[in-house]
Design a protein around this ligand. Sequence first.
Ligand code: HGY
Ligand code: MN
Ligand code: MN
Length: 412
Amino acid sequence: MNVKNINESRLLNRMEQMAEIGAVNESGVHRLSLTDEDKEARDLVKTWMLEAGLDVDIDKIGNMYGRRKGKTDNAPVAFGSHLDTVGYGGRFDGSLGVMAALEVMETLNDLNFTTNIPLCMVNFTNEEGARFAPDMMGSMVVAAETSVEKAWNATDLKKSNTILKEELERIGYLGNTNPVLFRPAAFVELHIEQGPVLDKEQITIGIVESVQGIYWTRFVITGEANHAGTTPMELRKDAGYVASQIAAYCRQLAGKYSGLRTTAGLIELEPNLINVIAGKATISIDIRCPDKQILEKAEIQLEKFTYECSYGENCEIKIRPLTRVDPVIFEIRVVSSITNSARSLGYTTKKMVSGAGHDAQLMAGVCPAAMIFIPSKNGISHNVKEYSSPDDCIAGTNVLLNTVISLSGRQF
Ligand code: HGY
Ligand code: MN
Ligand code: MN
């Protein structure tokens, strides 16, 4: 059954409506996890889920589930993504996957089509990790890669007295269901590529076969604040200098191993004043690679370097791992279902590795999972200029619809 019956204007209008929540700089979105903007987005999706006749459930980490009955009551075919964004991010990252999931449910209602296996759409909590680490937190708890309690106690990366559980409670999304009870038959995520490949090669659908690993580590360097003019160079304990060496070393590491990508995107100095030697520096590093051995090697070399350069500057250093998510290879049955759907609908396709992390990466540890990509214009993402065309959003949703229909008619 190949259907291109989604209601295109309903999908596009809802994406527009969602993009208004936390809208910044014309086309961007600033909707950090568990903020008022995230609450507003969740409330809107919950209303739409209920209007679509779905059974709505919230679990202990705030993941939102919308269930649609099937002819059997087997484990559901699940699909979805996340509504939280990075700061000053784009309107497609995550939102597309949740809006498309909703559209799949609505279209099946319009077609009065009952799938054999039940369906469940999902909005995962805190995929971005931009406010609370680790990222992919909601799916990480479902996959039992971290505990609910540990996730509840996460603190805001910039305001350490803000606790995740209190924010969940404040926005009314501290549910009761135990996340590890969520064991679907399969999971599919539609997402923008966030990289340049599909756009450059003018291909409509990316069939994601694997996702690279992500390691986040926070380094807190303690030196001594002092006068920029009177303190002789040899007497300084300059935490800011150590942090800048770590950022530079991190970049050099990327040059040493093929496929390794390193980023020092979050650096904070205290007191962060032009005429004061930084007494404290916090630098959080993101390293990624499809090869786990390279990730582990790079992590060891980075840590060794941080000790050397801190002690060389008579500073103390504390190291705090924030995220350790390994590379995953997706399950061939789901990958081929996506491939067949995309090709039978006549879309151009390309098999890919995902450079970005996704909830599907964690769900791959729970059930057969895979992803569908659509192009990101000029490969821009995590940026207000992030853009995917309406046609590509529609194409991706059509592929999701057909993949869900084909998976829900199978035995797993
Ligand atoms: O960081 C990532 O790759 C994803 O956007 N959370
Ligand atoms: Mn995302
Ligand atoms: Mn993202």
